[in-house]
Design a protein around this ligand. Structure first.
Ligand code: AMP
Length: 189
């Protein structure tokens, strides 16, 4: 089973381009893109119990509790005959990363790479404000953007060291044309 497994994680602050790059990589490598943000937004739109819990937290720019996120991940992994996945926006806390490692160990599918998209903060804000115009995401407003960046620094940034220590971290320059950024990602893999 482990022979054909592949697990790639997209790390990086909000607005770094994780979703865009993850979608393209998933398509090219035949992997399933698992975006916890997209899954949560779908629950909010459908008004499910999870959506009603997560919606107000997301609007503030805070993190949804680990337990709720891990339930989503367990369900996604359970549906895969063999783990071939790209995680976009997950894990975001050390607890999530440890739980993912435990789940993957059970499935015999280690993390192959954690890609860190590096983009300066002023560019992140610029991109998210532009996305607000295009997609109208409820959390792409200036106050929430600031909070999301702070939450990233405090709760998610430690994962850079976590994956570096495991020898799977790849730093990618996330500035410039999306096609060129994608080339850098392919080279890094
Ligand atoms: P994203 O689309 O990845 O930027 O996620 C949008 C929002 O969904 C975040 O600001 C969080 O409130 C929530 N969210 C998404 N993924 C996670 C996660 N792995 N852990 C906790 N909250 C998350």
């Amino acid at each position: 089973m482990a022979a054909g497994s592949m697990v790639v994680i997209f790390l990086g602050p909000p607005g770094a381009g994780k979703g865009t790059q993850a979608a393209r990589l998933a398509e090219d490598l035949g992997l399933v893109k698992v975006s916890t943000g997209d899954i949560l937004r779908d629950h909010v739109a459908r008004g499910t119990e999870l959506g009603r819990k997560a919606g107000p937290i997301m609007e503030r720019g805070d993190l949804v509790p680990d337990e709720l996120i891990l339930a989503i991940i367990r369900e996604e992994l359970a549906g895969m005959p063999e783990v071939r996945a790209i995680f976009d926006g997950f894990p975001r806390t050390t607890r999530q990363a440890e739980a993912l490692d435990a789940l993957l160990a059970e499935l015999g599918a280690p993390v192959n790479a954690a890609l860190l998209l590096e983009v300066p903060e002023d560019e992140l804000v610029r991109r998210m404000l532009k996305r607000a115009e295009l997609e109208g995401r409820a959390d792409d407003n200036e106050a929430t953007i600031r909070r999301r960046l702070e939450v990233y620094r405090e709760q998610t940034q430690p994962l850079v060291e976590y994956y570096a220590a495991r020898g799977v971290l790849r730093r990618i320059d996330g500035l410039g044309d999306p096609g060129r950024i994608y080339c850098r990602i392919r080279e890094a893999l």
